[in-house]
Ligand binder design. Structure first.
Ligand code: GDP
Length: 459
Protein backbone atom coordinates (compact mmCIF):
# COMPACT_ATOMS: atom_id res chain seq x y z
CA UNK A 1 0.00 0.00 0.00
CA UNK A 2 1.45 3.38 -0.89
CA UNK A 3 2.55 5.55 2.01
CA UNK A 4 2.05 9.31 1.96
CA UNK A 5 3.71 11.37 4.62
CA UNK A 6 2.49 14.81 5.71
CA UNK A 7 5.32 17.26 6.29
CA UNK A 8 5.37 20.90 7.32
CA UNK A 9 6.29 23.35 10.02
CA UNK A 10 4.18 23.55 13.19
CA UNK A 11 0.60 24.79 13.06
CA UNK A 12 0.07 24.73 9.31
CA UNK A 13 -2.78 22.21 9.74
CA UNK A 14 -1.06 18.86 9.28
CA UNK A 15 -3.20 17.07 11.85
CA UNK A 16 -6.39 18.60 10.47
CA UNK A 17 -5.43 17.35 7.03
CA UNK A 18 -4.60 13.95 8.47
CA UNK A 19 -8.02 13.77 10.13
CA UNK A 20 -9.70 14.88 6.95
CA UNK A 21 -7.97 12.13 4.95
CA UNK A 22 -8.51 9.40 7.49
CA UNK A 23 -12.06 10.51 8.13
CA UNK A 24 -11.78 10.04 11.86
CA UNK A 25 -10.72 12.28 14.69
CA UNK A 26 -7.56 10.35 15.35
CA UNK A 27 -5.11 13.16 15.75
CA UNK A 28 -5.32 15.65 18.51
CA UNK A 29 -5.91 19.11 17.09
CA UNK A 30 -5.55 22.32 18.95
CA UNK A 31 -4.98 25.95 18.11
CA UNK A 32 -1.88 25.91 20.22
CA UNK A 33 1.26 25.16 18.26
CA UNK A 34 3.00 21.99 19.24
CA UNK A 35 0.19 19.81 20.49
CA UNK A 36 0.96 16.90 18.20
CA UNK A 37 3.90 14.87 19.34
CA UNK A 38 3.72 11.44 17.83
CA UNK A 39 3.76 9.91 14.43
CA UNK A 40 0.33 8.64 13.51
CA UNK A 41 -0.71 6.44 10.67
CA UNK A 42 -4.12 6.00 9.17
CA UNK A 43 -5.89 4.48 6.19
CA UNK A 44 -6.94 7.08 3.67
CA UNK A 45 -9.11 6.89 0.57
CA UNK A 46 -9.63 9.65 -1.97
CA UNK A 47 -11.99 8.77 -4.80
CA UNK A 48 -11.20 5.09 -4.46
CA UNK A 49 -7.44 5.57 -4.25
CA UNK A 50 -6.15 3.85 -1.12
CA UNK A 51 -3.02 4.83 0.75
CA UNK A 52 -1.54 5.02 4.20
CA UNK A 53 -1.17 8.52 5.50
CA UNK A 54 1.46 9.41 8.08
CA UNK A 55 1.28 12.50 10.23
CA UNK A 56 4.69 13.60 11.45
CA UNK A 57 5.27 15.72 14.46
CA UNK A 58 7.51 15.80 17.43
CA UNK A 59 9.84 18.68 16.85
CA UNK A 60 7.23 21.35 17.54
CA UNK A 61 8.03 21.52 21.22
CA UNK A 62 11.59 22.57 20.55
CA UNK A 63 12.42 26.24 20.60
CA UNK A 64 12.66 28.03 17.28
CA UNK A 65 16.44 27.96 17.09
CA UNK A 66 16.83 24.21 17.15
CA UNK A 67 13.80 23.63 14.98
CA UNK A 68 15.48 23.26 11.60
CA UNK A 69 17.85 20.63 12.92
CA UNK A 70 15.18 18.64 14.71
CA UNK A 71 12.85 19.00 11.78
CA UNK A 72 15.43 17.67 9.41
CA UNK A 73 15.86 14.60 11.55
CA UNK A 74 12.14 13.97 11.79
CA UNK A 75 11.55 14.60 8.13
CA UNK A 76 14.38 12.34 7.18
CA UNK A 77 12.94 9.55 9.30
CA UNK A 78 9.44 9.98 8.00
CA UNK A 79 10.49 10.09 4.36
CA UNK A 80 12.06 6.69 4.69
CA UNK A 81 9.80 4.25 2.94
CA UNK A 82 7.36 6.97 1.86
CA UNK A 83 6.05 6.98 -1.71
CA UNK A 84 5.01 10.63 -1.65
CA UNK A 85 5.14 13.64 0.65
CA UNK A 86 2.42 16.21 1.17
CA UNK A 87 4.27 19.39 2.08
CA UNK A 88 1.79 21.60 3.90
CA UNK A 89 2.18 25.37 4.11
CA UNK A 90 -0.15 27.98 5.57
CA UNK A 91 -1.64 30.00 2.70
CA UNK A 92 -2.95 32.66 5.04
CA UNK A 93 0.21 33.23 7.02
CA UNK A 94 2.38 33.08 3.90
CA UNK A 95 5.78 31.44 3.59
CA UNK A 96 8.23 31.57 6.47
CA UNK A 97 11.98 30.90 6.51
CA UNK A 98 11.24 27.50 8.01
CA UNK A 99 9.00 26.60 5.04
CA UNK A 100 11.87 27.51 2.74
CA UNK A 101 14.27 25.47 4.81
CA UNK A 102 11.99 22.44 4.53
CA UNK A 103 11.55 23.03 0.79
CA UNK A 104 15.28 23.20 0.26
CA UNK A 105 15.65 19.90 2.02
CA UNK A 106 12.80 18.26 0.13
CA UNK A 107 14.17 19.36 -3.24
CA UNK A 108 17.28 17.30 -2.51
CA UNK A 109 15.29 14.17 -1.75
CA UNK A 110 14.08 11.57 -4.19
CA UNK A 111 10.55 11.30 -2.75
CA UNK A 112 7.99 13.08 -4.97
CA UNK A 113 6.43 16.09 -3.24
CA UNK A 114 2.99 17.65 -3.57
CA UNK A 115 2.73 21.15 -2.10
CA UNK A 116 -0.48 21.76 -0.18
CA UNK A 117 -1.39 25.39 0.47
CA UNK A 118 -3.70 24.90 3.42
CA UNK A 119 -6.21 27.25 5.05
CA UNK A 120 -7.02 28.39 1.52
CA UNK A 121 -10.69 29.11 2.16
CA UNK A 122 -11.69 32.60 1.09
CA UNK A 123 -9.99 35.27 -0.96
CA UNK A 124 -7.52 36.23 1.76
CA UNK A 125 -5.45 33.17 1.03
CA UNK A 126 -5.06 33.61 -2.72
CA UNK A 127 -1.76 35.42 -2.38
CA UNK A 128 -0.40 32.70 -0.14
CA UNK A 129 -1.28 29.99 -2.66
CA UNK A 130 0.53 31.82 -5.45
CA UNK A 131 3.48 32.43 -3.19
CA UNK A 132 3.86 28.71 -2.63
CA UNK A 133 4.99 28.32 -6.25
CA UNK A 134 8.22 29.90 -5.11
CA UNK A 135 9.07 26.79 -3.12
CA UNK A 136 10.15 25.23 -6.39
CA UNK A 137 8.25 21.99 -5.79
CA UNK A 138 5.58 22.32 -8.44
CA UNK A 139 2.05 23.60 -8.52
CA UNK A 140 0.58 24.10 -5.03
CA UNK A 141 -2.88 22.68 -4.42
CA UNK A 142 -5.21 25.06 -2.61
CA UNK A 143 -6.89 23.17 0.21
CA UNK A 144 -8.90 23.87 3.30
CA UNK A 145 -8.44 20.83 5.49
CA UNK A 146 -10.71 22.36 8.10
CA UNK A 147 -13.61 22.94 5.72
CA UNK A 148 -12.94 19.98 3.48
CA UNK A 149 -12.36 22.08 0.39
CA UNK A 150 -9.92 21.04 -2.29
CA UNK A 151 -9.23 17.66 -0.72
CA UNK A 152 -10.50 15.94 -3.88
CA UNK A 153 -7.86 17.91 -5.82
CA UNK A 154 -5.26 16.02 -3.85
CA UNK A 155 -6.33 13.04 -5.91
CA UNK A 156 -5.09 14.74 -9.05
CA UNK A 157 -1.82 15.58 -7.34
CA UNK A 158 -1.20 12.15 -5.86
CA UNK A 159 -2.58 9.84 -8.56
CA UNK A 160 0.36 10.19 -10.96
CA UNK A 161 2.70 9.30 -8.09
CA UNK A 162 0.94 6.55 -6.16
CA UNK A 163 -1.95 5.52 -8.44
CA UNK A 164 -0.25 2.44 -9.85
CA UNK A 165 0.86 1.20 -6.45
CA UNK A 166 -2.58 1.82 -5.00
CA UNK A 167 -4.19 -0.19 -7.78
CA UNK A 168 -1.68 -2.96 -7.29
CA UNK A 169 -2.54 -3.06 -3.63
CA UNK A 170 -6.24 -3.20 -4.42
CA UNK A 171 -5.75 -6.05 -6.85
CA UNK A 172 -3.80 -7.95 -4.21
CA UNK A 173 -6.64 -7.33 -1.77
CA UNK A 174 -9.15 -8.61 -4.28
CA UNK A 175 -7.07 -11.69 -4.96
CA UNK A 176 -6.74 -12.43 -1.25
CA UNK A 177 -10.48 -11.99 -0.79
CA UNK A 178 -11.22 -14.24 -3.76
CA UNK A 179 -8.87 -16.84 -2.41
CA UNK A 180 -10.54 -16.74 0.99
CA UNK A 181 -13.97 -17.03 -0.60
CA UNK A 182 -12.93 -19.87 -2.87
CA UNK A 183 -11.57 -21.63 0.16
CA UNK A 184 -14.84 -21.20 2.00
CA UNK A 185 -16.79 -22.63 -0.85
CA UNK A 186 -14.60 -25.44 -2.08
CA UNK A 187 -12.54 -26.63 0.77
CA UNK A 188 -14.60 -26.26 3.87
CA UNK A 189 -15.58 -29.84 4.57
CA UNK A 190 -19.28 -30.19 4.24
CA UNK A 191 -21.82 -32.94 4.32
CA UNK A 192 -21.63 -36.01 6.46
CA UNK A 193 -18.23 -37.12 7.67
CA UNK A 194 -17.36 -40.16 5.61
CA UNK A 195 -15.82 -42.48 8.13
CA UNK A 196 -14.51 -46.01 7.71
CA UNK A 197 -13.48 -48.38 10.43
CA UNK A 198 -10.87 -50.89 9.33
CA UNK A 199 -8.76 -53.43 11.10
CA UNK A 200 -7.84 -57.04 11.39
CA UNK A 201 -10.57 -59.63 11.93
CA UNK A 202 -11.79 -59.71 15.50
CA UNK A 203 -10.47 -56.25 16.36
CA UNK A 204 -14.08 -55.39 17.20
CA UNK A 205 -15.20 -53.43 14.15
CA UNK A 206 -18.74 -54.78 14.09
CA UNK A 207 -19.12 -54.40 17.84
CA UNK A 208 -17.91 -50.81 17.53
CA UNK A 209 -20.30 -49.98 14.73
CA UNK A 210 -23.19 -51.49 16.67
CA UNK A 211 -22.22 -49.51 19.71
CA UNK A 212 -22.01 -46.29 17.71
CA UNK A 213 -25.37 -46.85 16.12
CA UNK A 214 -26.91 -47.97 19.35
CA UNK A 215 -28.64 -50.95 17.87
CA UNK A 216 -27.85 -54.52 16.99
CA UNK A 217 -27.63 -53.77 13.37
CA UNK A 218 -24.77 -56.05 12.54
CA UNK A 219 -24.28 -59.54 13.61
CA UNK A 220 -21.40 -59.98 16.06
CA UNK A 221 -20.03 -62.97 17.76
CA UNK A 222 -16.85 -64.60 18.91
CA UNK A 223 -16.10 -66.14 15.50
CA UNK A 224 -14.10 -64.06 13.12
CA UNK A 225 -15.72 -62.61 10.06
CA UNK A 226 -19.33 -63.39 10.54
CA UNK A 227 -20.61 -59.97 9.57
CA UNK A 228 -22.16 -59.26 6.22
CA UNK A 229 -24.08 -56.60 4.25
CA UNK A 230 -24.44 -52.91 5.11
CA UNK A 231 -22.23 -50.59 3.14
CA UNK A 232 -22.97 -47.01 4.05
CA UNK A 233 -24.90 -46.12 7.16
CA UNK A 234 -25.97 -42.51 7.73
CA UNK A 235 -26.50 -41.41 11.25
CA UNK A 236 -26.28 -38.40 13.52
CA UNK A 237 -23.97 -37.97 16.42
CA UNK A 238 -24.29 -35.34 19.11
CA UNK A 239 -20.99 -34.18 20.51
CA UNK A 240 -21.51 -34.19 24.29
CA UNK A 241 -18.85 -31.50 24.68
CA UNK A 242 -20.39 -28.91 22.37
CA UNK A 243 -23.95 -30.20 22.14
CA UNK A 244 -23.61 -29.97 18.38
CA UNK A 245 -25.29 -32.62 16.26
CA UNK A 246 -23.29 -33.77 13.25
CA UNK A 247 -23.89 -36.15 10.41
CA UNK A 248 -21.75 -39.17 9.85
CA UNK A 249 -21.78 -41.64 7.02
CA UNK A 250 -20.22 -44.81 8.24
CA UNK A 251 -18.62 -47.07 5.69
CA UNK A 252 -18.80 -50.60 6.93
CA UNK A 253 -16.32 -52.60 4.95
CA UNK A 254 -16.57 -55.61 7.19
CA UNK A 255 -20.09 -55.91 5.95
CA UNK A 256 -18.86 -55.99 2.37
CA UNK A 257 -16.86 -59.04 3.13
CA UNK A 258 -18.17 -62.36 1.97
CA UNK A 259 -18.52 -64.92 4.67
CA UNK A 260 -15.40 -67.04 4.82
CA UNK A 261 -14.21 -69.71 7.14
CA UNK A 262 -10.54 -69.56 6.73
CA UNK A 263 -8.87 -67.09 9.07
CA UNK A 264 -5.73 -66.93 6.99
CA UNK A 265 -7.72 -65.59 4.08
CA UNK A 266 -9.41 -63.10 6.35
CA UNK A 267 -6.07 -61.53 7.13
CA UNK A 268 -5.69 -60.78 3.46
CA UNK A 269 -9.27 -59.66 3.25
CA UNK A 270 -8.80 -57.04 5.95
CA UNK A 271 -6.30 -55.37 3.64
CA UNK A 272 -8.73 -55.65 0.73
CA UNK A 273 -11.45 -54.15 2.94
CA UNK A 274 -9.23 -51.27 3.87
CA UNK A 275 -8.43 -50.68 0.23
CA UNK A 276 -12.12 -50.46 -0.59
CA UNK A 277 -12.80 -48.28 2.43
CA UNK A 278 -10.35 -45.62 1.43
CA UNK A 279 -12.18 -45.15 -1.84
CA UNK A 280 -15.19 -43.97 0.14
CA UNK A 281 -13.82 -42.50 3.29
CA UNK A 282 -12.44 -39.12 4.24
CA UNK A 283 -11.24 -40.32 7.61
CA UNK A 284 -10.24 -43.90 8.34
CA UNK A 285 -10.10 -45.35 11.84
CA UNK A 286 -7.73 -48.26 12.15
CA UNK A 287 -8.99 -50.36 15.00
CA UNK A 288 -6.41 -52.28 17.03
CA UNK A 289 -7.06 -54.96 19.59
CA UNK A 290 -5.58 -54.08 22.98
CA UNK A 291 -5.08 -57.74 23.73
CA UNK A 292 -3.06 -58.22 20.54
CA UNK A 293 -1.10 -54.99 20.21
CA UNK A 294 0.23 -53.54 16.99
CA UNK A 295 1.18 -56.08 14.38
CA UNK A 296 2.75 -56.01 10.98
CA UNK A 297 -0.65 -56.36 9.34
CA UNK A 298 -1.87 -53.21 11.08
CA UNK A 299 1.05 -51.19 9.78
CA UNK A 300 0.35 -52.53 6.32
CA UNK A 301 -3.23 -51.30 6.47
CA UNK A 302 -2.14 -47.97 7.91
CA UNK A 303 0.42 -47.43 5.12
CA UNK A 304 -2.17 -48.24 2.53
CA UNK A 305 -4.59 -45.67 3.92
CA UNK A 306 -1.86 -43.01 4.02
CA UNK A 307 -0.62 -43.82 0.54
CA UNK A 308 -4.11 -43.18 -0.70
CA UNK A 309 -3.92 -39.78 0.99
CA UNK A 310 -6.70 -40.38 3.50
CA UNK A 311 -6.70 -38.99 7.01
CA UNK A 312 -5.86 -41.79 9.39
CA UNK A 313 -6.40 -42.26 13.09
CA UNK A 314 -5.81 -45.21 15.36
CA UNK A 315 -8.15 -46.51 18.02
CA UNK A 316 -7.08 -49.20 20.48
CA UNK A 317 -10.17 -51.25 21.21
CA UNK A 318 -11.01 -53.55 24.12
CA UNK A 319 -9.45 -51.07 26.53
CA UNK A 320 -11.75 -52.51 29.20
CA UNK A 321 -9.63 -55.65 29.27
CA UNK A 322 -6.25 -54.04 28.58
CA UNK A 323 -3.46 -54.95 30.95
CA UNK A 324 -0.83 -52.46 32.01
CA UNK A 325 -2.68 -49.79 30.09
CA UNK A 326 -0.18 -46.93 30.05
CA UNK A 327 2.71 -49.18 29.03
CA UNK A 328 0.57 -50.63 26.26
CA UNK A 329 -0.48 -47.20 25.04
CA UNK A 330 3.07 -45.83 24.98
CA UNK A 331 4.34 -48.98 23.34
CA UNK A 332 1.83 -48.64 20.51
CA UNK A 333 2.56 -44.92 20.20
CA UNK A 334 6.26 -45.65 19.80
CA UNK A 335 5.73 -48.50 17.35
CA UNK A 336 3.43 -46.34 15.23
CA UNK A 337 5.83 -43.42 15.08
CA UNK A 338 8.61 -45.77 14.11
CA UNK A 339 6.60 -47.80 11.63
CA UNK A 340 4.94 -44.80 9.99
CA UNK A 341 7.75 -42.27 10.12
CA UNK A 342 6.13 -40.10 7.45
CA UNK A 343 3.25 -39.19 9.77
CA UNK A 344 4.46 -39.00 13.31
CA UNK A 345 1.80 -38.14 15.85
CA UNK A 346 -1.29 -39.75 14.36
CA UNK A 347 -4.29 -39.39 16.66
CA UNK A 348 -4.27 -42.39 18.97
CA UNK A 349 -7.25 -43.06 21.19
CA UNK A 350 -8.13 -45.82 23.63
CA UNK A 351 -11.69 -47.06 23.24
CA UNK A 352 -13.98 -49.83 24.28
CA UNK A 353 -16.68 -50.88 21.89
CA UNK A 354 -18.12 -52.86 24.76
CA UNK A 355 -18.46 -50.07 27.34
CA UNK A 356 -18.52 -47.11 24.98
CA UNK A 357 -15.41 -45.55 26.51
CA UNK A 358 -13.56 -43.08 24.30
CA UNK A 359 -16.03 -43.22 21.43
CA UNK A 360 -17.16 -39.58 21.60
CA UNK A 361 -13.54 -38.55 21.84
CA UNK A 362 -12.78 -40.69 18.80
CA UNK A 363 -15.52 -39.10 16.71
CA UNK A 364 -14.58 -35.57 17.78
CA UNK A 365 -11.00 -36.30 16.73
CA UNK A 366 -12.23 -37.66 13.40
CA UNK A 367 -14.07 -34.40 12.64
CA UNK A 368 -11.01 -32.39 13.61
CA UNK A 369 -8.84 -34.53 11.41
CA UNK A 370 -11.13 -33.91 8.46
CA UNK A 371 -10.72 -30.16 9.04
CA UNK A 372 -6.96 -30.20 8.68
CA UNK A 373 -7.14 -32.71 5.85
CA UNK A 374 -9.36 -30.19 3.99
CA UNK A 375 -7.53 -27.05 5.03
CA UNK A 376 -6.08 -24.48 2.64
CA UNK A 377 -3.32 -22.13 3.78
CA UNK A 378 -3.28 -18.72 2.06
CA UNK A 379 -0.31 -18.32 -0.28
CA UNK A 380 1.03 -15.35 1.66
CA UNK A 381 1.14 -17.22 4.97
CA UNK A 382 2.60 -20.24 3.22
CA UNK A 383 5.47 -18.23 1.76
CA UNK A 384 6.12 -16.41 4.99
CA UNK A 385 6.70 -19.82 6.58
CA UNK A 386 8.72 -20.92 3.53
CA UNK A 387 11.07 -17.93 3.69
CA UNK A 388 11.64 -18.50 7.39
CA UNK A 389 12.28 -22.21 6.87
CA UNK A 390 14.86 -21.51 4.14
CA UNK A 391 16.55 -18.88 6.24
CA UNK A 392 16.72 -21.10 9.32
CA UNK A 393 18.19 -23.93 7.32
CA UNK A 394 19.32 -22.95 3.80
CA UNK A 395 19.30 -25.64 1.11
CA UNK A 396 22.70 -27.22 0.49
CA UNK A 397 24.94 -26.43 -2.46
CA UNK A 398 26.17 -29.83 -3.64
CA UNK A 399 29.44 -29.44 -5.55
CA UNK A 400 29.13 -25.66 -5.23
CA UNK A 401 25.94 -25.64 -7.27
CA UNK A 402 23.28 -23.57 -5.59
CA UNK A 403 19.80 -24.98 -5.40
CA UNK A 404 17.26 -22.19 -5.61
CA UNK A 405 13.91 -22.58 -3.88
CA UNK A 406 11.69 -19.68 -4.76
CA UNK A 407 8.07 -20.15 -3.96
CA UNK A 408 5.48 -22.53 -2.56
CA UNK A 409 1.82 -22.85 -3.33
CA UNK A 410 -0.92 -25.17 -2.14
CA UNK A 411 -2.17 -27.02 -5.18
CA UNK A 412 -4.99 -28.84 -3.48
CA UNK A 413 -6.65 -30.24 -0.42
CA UNK A 414 -8.03 -33.58 0.78
CA UNK A 415 -5.20 -34.46 1.14
CA UNK A 416 -3.22 -31.21 1.28
CA UNK A 417 -0.90 -30.94 -1.73
CA UNK A 418 1.87 -28.42 -2.23
CA UNK A 419 4.14 -27.42 -5.10
CA UNK A 420 7.55 -25.87 -4.54
CA UNK A 421 9.10 -23.96 -7.44
CA UNK A 422 12.81 -23.58 -7.87
CA UNK A 423 15.81 -24.54 -9.95
CA UNK A 424 18.31 -27.44 -9.85
CA UNK A 425 15.68 -29.31 -7.87
CA UNK A 426 17.00 -32.66 -9.01
CA UNK A 427 19.98 -31.99 -6.74
CA UNK A 428 17.85 -31.40 -3.67
CA UNK A 429 18.54 -34.14 -1.11
CA UNK A 430 15.60 -36.19 0.14
CA UNK A 431 16.50 -35.17 3.68
CA UNK A 432 15.92 -31.51 2.81
CA UNK A 433 12.61 -32.33 1.21
CA UNK A 434 11.66 -34.14 4.40
CA UNK A 435 12.68 -31.07 6.40
CA UNK A 436 10.22 -28.99 4.39
CA UNK A 437 7.42 -31.55 4.60
CA UNK A 438 7.88 -31.81 8.36
CA UNK A 439 7.79 -28.02 8.56
CA UNK A 440 4.51 -27.87 6.67
CA UNK A 441 3.04 -30.49 8.95
CA UNK A 442 4.28 -29.02 12.21
CA UNK A 443 4.07 -25.30 11.51
CA UNK A 444 1.03 -24.98 9.30
CA UNK A 445 -1.37 -27.23 11.16
CA UNK A 446 -1.22 -30.43 9.13
CA UNK A 447 0.20 -32.51 11.95
CA UNK A 448 -1.65 -35.75 11.53
CA UNK A 449 -2.52 -35.83 7.86
CA UNK A 450 -0.59 -37.10 4.85
CA UNK A 451 0.96 -34.12 3.07
CA UNK A 452 2.20 -34.26 -0.53
CA UNK A 453 4.90 -32.05 -1.90
CA UNK A 454 5.98 -31.83 -5.54
CA UNK A 455 9.03 -29.95 -6.78
CA UNK A 456 8.81 -28.02 -10.02
CA UNK A 457 11.28 -26.09 -12.14
CA UNK A 458 9.73 -23.48 -14.41
CA UNK A 459 10.74 -23.97 -18.03
P1 GDP B 1 -14.62 -57.61 13.81
O1 GDP B 1 -14.16 -58.86 13.17
O2 GDP B 1 -13.49 -56.58 13.80
O3 GDP B 1 -15.87 -57.05 13.30
O4 GDP B 1 -14.81 -57.93 15.39
P2 GDP B 1 -16.15 -58.18 16.21
O5 GDP B 1 -16.89 -56.91 16.37
O6 GDP B 1 -16.87 -59.32 15.62
O7 GDP B 1 -15.58 -58.53 17.64
C1 GDP B 1 -14.73 -59.63 17.88
C2 GDP B 1 -14.81 -60.04 19.34
O8 GDP B 1 -14.28 -59.04 20.21
C3 GDP B 1 -16.23 -60.27 19.81
O9 GDP B 1 -16.25 -61.39 20.67
C4 GDP B 1 -16.55 -59.03 20.62
O10 GDP B 1 -17.51 -59.25 21.63
C5 GDP B 1 -15.22 -58.67 21.20
N1 GDP B 1 -15.09 -57.22 21.48
C6 GDP B 1 -15.30 -56.23 20.61
N2 GDP B 1 -15.08 -55.02 21.21
C7 GDP B 1 -14.75 -55.27 22.49
C8 GDP B 1 -14.38 -54.44 23.62
O11 GDP B 1 -14.35 -53.21 23.58
N3 GDP B 1 -14.07 -55.05 24.78
C9 GDP B 1 -14.09 -56.42 24.89
N4 GDP B 1 -13.74 -56.91 26.07
N5 GDP B 1 -14.40 -57.22 23.86
C10 GDP B 1 -14.74 -56.66 22.66
Amino acid sequence: KPEVVIIGRPNVGKSTLFNRLVGKKLALVDDQPGVTRDRRMGDAVIAGMHFTVVDTAGWEDEDELSLPGRMRKQTEASLEGADAALFVVDARAGLTPLDEEIARYLREQSVPVVVVANKAEGAAAEGGVLEAYALGLGEPLAVSAEHGEGVADLFGGLWPIIGAKSEEWEEAQDAARAEAEAMDEEDRPSGPLKLAIVGRPNAGKSTLINRLLGEDRLLTGPEAGITRDSIAIDWEWTDPKTGETREIRLIDTAGMRKKRNVTEKLEKLSVADARRAVDFAEVVVLLLDATQGLEHQDLKIASLVLEEGRALMIAINKWDVAEDASKLFNGIRGALDEGLAQVKGLPLIAVSAKTGKGLDQMLAAAFELRESWSKRVPTSALNRWFDDALEANPPPAPGGKRIKLRYITQAGTRPPRFVIFGSRLDLLPKSYERYLVNGIRAKLGFDAVPVRVTLKSPK
